[in-house]
Design a protein around this ligand. Structure first.
Ligand SMILES: [Zn+2]
Length: 328
């Protein structure tokens, strides 16, 4: 940023259902945000048009000059080809081989940086969230799937082929549950919101619980959200489901502690609403499995930015490209 010039960035969290567009100052503080339905089936041109409109609306709303916008960062569902800024094949959006970085850059006339959504969230948490001030961080986001991101010395670790950080697809049970990726026993097959509701449904059969009453006996209505809520309200069955989730997650975390020895492990997603019901058994299990020296000095904490992590991280992606570094 030229000295004395105020600069702003746009951070975009492109999701399967909703796309969030945020305006940020150059320190990563979100000033305003808008949401729009992604409607992936309409193709990338549609959402690019909607993003352009939201961008203009934000500029007007905050009365900043268009020329003070320095760039746009995007966290998108993967897999991606990072070098060319292309979204490869995304079932969530129904797109294939979309050079989103260049399309968006052409539409808004600004530099665009693109990375996958989980990496963006990890960078956001490292920069401004639960990992602020740390050097290295591993981030698990438990949503429909289990997203993962690794930040080492302020850099997202992409690996040689851009695949790194798929923490949800580490095997935690050799002959375990089938995963959407085709493997079996992945962390995602146990700890995603989808898996939590599935495990609850299976375990509930023939067993009386506040959970079956909460869904009026219709087990198809069980969602992970209802499971957390019932657990917090004291239902023993749901507490068991959360405690089991904690153990699975702990196995994944202990693996990462022993491999990477990060300073901070961040856990995001709805399941963290279960609070100590999740974190107490989790920390106990990690303590059994990780090297004490790997655990010492590591904080295992809930995410700090909530639903903003993706947008803030997207701002981080572009700021890093434009300014070369993020700063505190
Ligand atoms: Zn998998």
């Amino acid at each position: 940023v030229p000295a004395g010039k105020e600069g702003y960035y746009i951070g975009i969290d492109l999701g399967g259902t909703w796309t969030k567009v945020g305006l940020s100052d150059s320190s990563g503080c979100l000033l305003a945000r808008h949401e729009v339905l992604t409607e992936g089936y309409r193709g990338p041109g549609y959402i690019v048009g909607e993003i352009s409109k939201k961008l203009l609306a934000l500029v007007e709303e905050k009365e900043i000059s268009g020329s003070s916008l320095l760039g746009v960062g995007v966290g998108s569902p993967g897999p991606l080809d990072i070098d060319s800024g292309t979204i490869l094949k995304t079932p969530n959006l129904g797109w294939e081989d979309v050079p989103l970085r260049d399309i968006l850059s052409g539409a808004v006339g600004l530099q665009v940086a693109l990375d996958n959504d989980a990496n963006a969230a990890a960078l956001g948490e490292w920069w401004k969230g639960a990992g602020a001030g740390s050097r290295s961080l591993v981030c698990f986001t438990l949503g429909t799937g289990v997203g993962g991101g690794i930040v080492i010395d302020g850099e997202i670790w992409h690996g040689s082929g851009g695949v790194a950080g798929e923490l949800g697809h580490m095997t935690i049970e050799v002959n375990g549950r089938r995963c959407n990726c085709g493997n079996s026993g992945c962390l995602e097959a146990y700890a995603s919101a989808t898996a939590i509701s599935e495990r609850a449904r299976e375990g509930l059969k023939g067993c009386d619980s506040g959970l079956s009453r909460a869904v009026g006996g219709d087990l198809d209505k069980i969602t992970s959200e209802i499971v957390y809520r019932q657990a917090v309200e004291g239902d023993p069955f749901c507490r068991r489901v959360i405690a089991d989730t904690a153990v699975y997650l702990a196995v994944g975390i202990a693996n990462m502690l022993n491999i990477l020895n990060p300073e901070v492990v961040v856990i995001g997603g709805g399941v963290t609403q279960a609070g100590r019901l999740l974190f107490d058994p989790l920390l106990e299990e990690v303590g059994k499995r990780a090297f004490p020296s790997a655990l010492r000095g590591t904080s295992i904490v809930p995410a700090g930015l909530g639903n903003d992590a993706g947008m803030v991280g997207a701002v981080g992606l572009i700021k890093k490209e434009v300014e070369g570094e993020l700063g505190p």
